[in-house]
Design a protein around this ligand. Structure first.
Ligand code: GLN
Length: 541
């Protein structure tokens, strides 16, 4: 029997609903249950793929090639379960589906309305594509009270009725702010938020209350009384030092046992030693390294969520703390600023789009190459490293990417054709921007004796992609002559997937996004090895 837990948020945004959902998923999994996590996003975009990283943070790409909300990254990292296209839906997708159905005449002349047509489509989504899970956790994006969220709340209200209490549960995440003048944590915003939920017919079964200090028992009872829940179902969610403590602290506060109690499940005990071990390694490392991330969206760290997590995982594997030095790439464009790179032990240029800041990334790649500092170029970061080597080693002065406009030497060019599962995909300059990149898992073959072959320990790999441009294979020979080799390609031998400089301690560029597959319990080998190389570098400087 599949049970559904609906997670809403109240009072303010950014309370960490995604992490809370992921942590609850991890706890239920640790009790031996099969879990799946889903996110319902009320915004109107079809997916976050076309949104600015400043607006929405990272776009998380699933194995099956969907561009999704970054919370799906938390779900994967906390549960190890690969997310799918069917784990994230938006208002845009729901309406597109309903309108297409209307155009095909499938509603037989009915007037199409939010209730029941839109809400039915939402319910259908929640109940679709399941695999005998014990629990499906559905997080509703946004904050209760948002206009966009109403159809989603109505849909989960209906589902609650249809499934019954034994198969559904409503969890509401709120905030108890501390008001210094009163010297107290305040419960009123939580009361209001719960009233808002009740006004749309949803009575939360459990309140997860974020607070920056312990919640006195009297306040807990007050929340329970005014919000119509049992005191035990008011679960404190206190601030922690690392996100990997969240499952442990929620467990200590009784979250998973309350959930089991709600469903009347006599759940087996759970073993959280794996989580304690991760937390111990994160909080008490044996050393530290500094890694520069030279990017364009460094003002919003959420834009690089999986990346910083993957670096942390690389640190866990090497028992060191990874201190990230965020550097806006444009600072390197007027020269001089390279001093910012003098004290780091590794330089990472992550994925990115557009010309702004690209010359700065090229400068950073040059610094790493010439000064023999470990360099990790991811997607755009690989493309910029290739342009740098072409210009400064191979003397191809007009080397650039057609992403920035026409150029004389197209070292990086628009991908117009490739294969996906035996089917040819084609693109042109005029193609739609949304959902048309080379997306999701693609296999690659690694050269024998290459650096990456040693790091992966195997020749056949599969990694997730999200790009529109590729390194032009026509320049492979010219680059090899100056010491930059293509060491991984698509299995048909056409698309360059990895470049490396064999005569450098650690210089690797990958066209894919390895950070999307790194997990605390299974750090990605490239990140593990990059941090290992950074540790070595730290001994030199
Ligand atoms: N803008 C580049 C491309 O589309 C790189 C994309 C990325 O870094 N994800 O190919």
């Amino acid at each position: 029997m599949t049970r559904f837990i609906f997670i809403t948020g109240g009072v303010v945004s950014s309370l960490g609903k995604g992490l809370a959902s992921a942590a609850l998923g991890a706890l239920l999994q640790a009790r031996g249950f099969k879990v799946r996590l889903r996110k319902l996003d009320p915004y109107i975009n079809v997916d976050p793929g076309t949104m600015s990283p400043y607006q929405h943070g990272e776009v998380y790409v699933t194995e099956d090639g969907a561009e999704t909300d970054l919370d799906l990254g938390h779900y994967e990292r906390f549960t190890g379960v690969d997310a799918r296209r069917t784990d994230n839906v938006t208002t845009g997708q729901i309406y597109s589906k309903v309108i297409a159905k209307e155009r095909r005449g499938e509603y037989l002349g009915a007037t199409i309305q939010v209730i029941p047509h839109i809400t039915d489509a939402i319910k259908e989504f929640v109940l679709s594509d399941l695999d005998g899970e014990d629990f499906v956790l559905c997080e509703i994006g946004g904050t209760v009270g948002d206009i966009e969220g109403l159809p989603f709340l109505e849909a989960i209200r209906q589902l609650g009725n249809e499934l019954g209490r034994e198969r559904s549960m409503f969890v509401h995440l709120t905030l108890l702010p501390y008001v210094a003048a009163a010297g107290e944590l305040k419960t009123k915003p939580t009361q209001h938020s719960v009233k808002e939920l009740q006004s749309v017919g949803i009575q939360p079964d459990l309140l997860l209350c974020r607070a920056d200090r312990p919640i006195p028992e009297s306040e807990r009872r007050k929340v329970a009384l005014f919000c119509n829940v049992r005191t035990e179902a008011v679960v404190p969610a206190l601030d922690v030092e690392t996100i990997y403590q969240v499952p442990l602290t929620y467990h200590e506060q009784g979250l998973d046992s309350e959930v089991c109690r709600h469903f009347g499940i006599d759940a087996p005990g759970l073993n959280l030693t794996g989580w304690s071990d991760i937390v111990r390694r994160v909080l008490a490392p044996e050393g530290e390294v500094a890694i520069a991330i030279v990017g364009k969206y460094t003002g919003l760290h959420d834009a690089y969520k999986s990346l910083t997590e993957a670096l942390t995982h690389g640190g866990i594997a090497n028992n060191v703390r990874v201190n990230v030095k965020w550097l806006e790439s444009e600072i390197f464009e007027n020269g001089g600023a390279v001093t910012h790179l003098e004290d780091v032990h590794g330089i990472l240029v992550p994925g990115g789009f557009g010309e702004r800041g690209s010359e700065g990334k090229i400068h950073a790649a040059r610094f790493a190459r010439e000064r023999r500092v470990p360099y990790f170029g991811i997607c755009f970061g690989m493309q910029m490293a290739v342009i740098e080597a072409a210009r400064n080693l191979a003397g191809i002065s007009g080397a650039s990417s057609t992403e920035f406009g026409p150029c004389t030497d197209e070292l990086v060019g628009l991908m117009t054709e490739w294969e996906k599962g035996g089917i040819k995909e084609t693109r042109s300059e005029g193609s739609d921007k949304g959902g048309t990149m080379r997306l999701g898992a693609y296999p690659a073959r690694l050269n024998d004796n290459s650096h990456v072959r040693g790091i992966y320990g195997e020749a056949a790999i599969s990694e997730r992609h999200r790009h529109r441009y590729e390194v032009n294979p026509a320049y492979e020979e010219a680059l090899a002559k100056v010491g930059m080799v293509v060491s991984g390609k698509s299995p048909d031998g056409v698309l360059p997937e990895i470049i490396e400089i064999p005569d450098h301690p650690w210089f690797i560029g990958v066209q894919f996004h390895p950070e999307l597959k790194s997990r605390p319990f299974d750090p990605h080998p490239l990140f593990t090895d990059f941090i290992r190389a950074a540790v070595e570098q730290s001994r030199l400087v």
